[in-house]
Design a protein around this ligand. Structure first.
Ligand code: ATP
Ligand code: MG
Length: 445
């Protein structure tokens, strides 16, 4: 039941229940009054005499002598006793009532005369203050009313409060758990009232908090890994450079040819480090979203064919072919797109098989995207590595000791760039059968 409804029902019951209880007590007291009892306190002798007369000889109640005797036994002055037969006042003591309308009824007893007609004996007083029973009776009645109110309020408050306090304490416990970094216990509330929404909002908050904490842990781990990789990749060429420079200093390189060879190696390693630092710099700028893209309309068939010419010049043994299909014009940053494609072709040459390296580029369209496929005849990538090659510093070759082949940043950078263009990139293939890299770019409108 909704709390709003519960409150309404409770308010109505709070009015109704005491009313009914009060009416019931009222009826109870009226009953008592009609059957005759101690509205005024009669002495025992009076009552026992009256009861024995009613039992043995009710007809004698019509005789004024009997009534006079009862009046005497009552111990009260100035009372009036009347006997009714079939609802008619038939006998009265004192016989001539002083003023029959000024009298107040206190008690009545019902009985039957010997001929079966109904009878009633009533005792009246003229002086209200004689009615002792009235006050205690009123007090009792008052107590009943108060008890009815307390009972009703108690039961109903419990009924309403229960529905509020239970979920509230569940929520409190949940908040406490979250405060203590326990994000694993779900908040379940089976009720269908207003708290259901609150509890489910709370549960959603817990889930979000949990996922953001997990995310944070992952990012932190990533960052640590990145620092470890960078240190490692910078350390290796530096160690080599240091070794060769020491060789020259200590005279191990003792001929001009040897010295020149050493210096060439140092130079080559320095260039590698320079490139690595450039890549790292670009990567971190991409990671921080600090790279400005200069989007222009690019005619892909022309752009790709230019790159092919350039690559044929850079790698004379590379066989490269382009199938531009019906062509496509895309929105792209020329410089960054160039970096992506030359890295992919670079990889095809670097990770070649024994065969002469070859790359086939195919351009097609799918809905609002241009699709560029680069298929090579290199050594291919193992199935379990496809999910990692776009990670930074990932090299399929587990021997991390050499950085000869590359930094492992090329594909991570490419992925960032393609995604910044609103496209996507993926790799397919089989070891020994080459690799196919596919990426998409949004067609210019
Ligand atoms: P960088 O490009 O920064 O010089 P890299 O070439 O090692 O370094 P990525 O281009 O990111 O780094 O490639 C990641 C890894 O994926 C490579 O080390 C290689 O093992 C594997 N890989 C990438 N392209 C190919 C390919 N065409 N054929 C086989 N393996 C590839
Ligand atoms: Mg590469």
């Amino acid at each position: 039941m909704k709390i709003r409804k519960r409150l309404r029902v409770s308010y109505i019951l709070m009015l109704l229940v005491p009313m009914v209880l009060i009416m019931l007590t009222g009826a109870m007291f009226r009953d008592q009054y009609e059957n005759g009892s101690d509205w005024i306190e009669f002495p025992k002798g009076f009552l026992s005499e009256l009861y024995s007369i009613i039992a043995a000889d009710p007809d004698s109640l019509l005789e004024s002598g009997t009534l006079e005797e009862l009046s005497r036994l009552s111990g009260f002055d100035g009372i009036n006793i009347a006997v009714y037969q079939a609802e008619q006042e038939t006998a009265t003591f004192p016989s001539i009532s002083r003023h029959s309308h000024g009298r107040h009824l206190t008690s009545s007893w019902k009985f039957y005369f010997s001929d079966g007609t109904s009878g009633q004996l009533s005792v009246f007083v003229y002086d209200r203050s004689m009615i002792k029973g009235f006050f205690p009776l009123g007090g009792l009645f008052f107590l009943f009313v108060v008890a009815a109110l307390i009972l009703t309020n108690g039961v109903l408050s419990y009924f309403v409060a229960g529905s509020i306090l239970k979920p509230l304490s569940a929520l409190k416990a949940a908040a406490h758990r979250i405060k203590n970094e326990d994000l694993d216990s779900p908040i379940v509330y089976e009720g269908k009232d207003e708290f259901a929404g609150l509890c489910s909002a709370f549960e959603e908050m817990r889930l979000r908090l949990k996922s953001s904490v997990l995310e944070q842990v992952k990012t932190e781990e990533n960052r640590k890994e990145l620092i470890a990789s960078i240190s490692h990749d910078l350390k290796t060429p530096i160690t080599t450079i240091k070794g060769y420079v020491e060789g020259i200093k200590d005279g191990i390189a003792d001929s001009p040819e040897k010295i020149e060879k050493y210096i060439d190696t140092v130079y080559a390693k320095s260039i590698m480090m320079d490139e690595l630092i450039d890549s790292l710099f670009l990567f971190s700028k991409l990671d921080l979203n600090k790279v400005q893209f200069n989007f222009q309309n690019v005619d892909l068939s022309m752009f790709l064919s230019d790159i092919c010419d350039e690559m044929r010049f850079d790698y004379p043994e590379l066989e490269i072919s382009l199938d531009a299909g019906s062509g496509a014009e895309v929105k792209a940053d020329r410089m960054h797109l160039h970096r992506v494609i030359s890295n992919l072709i670079d990889n095809a040459v670097k990770y070649r098989s024994e065969k002469k390296p070859g790359v086939e580029i195919k351009l097609s369209r799918a809905e609002s995207f241009a699709v560029i496929e680069l298929r090579d005849n290199g050594k291919g990538i193992a199935a379990d590595e496809f999910s990692h090659i776009f990670d930074h510093f990932y090299r399929a070759d587990p021997a991390r000791t050499t950085t000869e082949e590359g930094s492992g940043l090329g594909l991570a950078i490419s992925k960032y760039i393609i995604e910044a263009h609103g496209g996507s990139i993926k790799a397919e293939g089989q070891p020994g059968l080459g690799t196919k890299i596919t990426f998409t770019l949004r067609i210019a409108l």
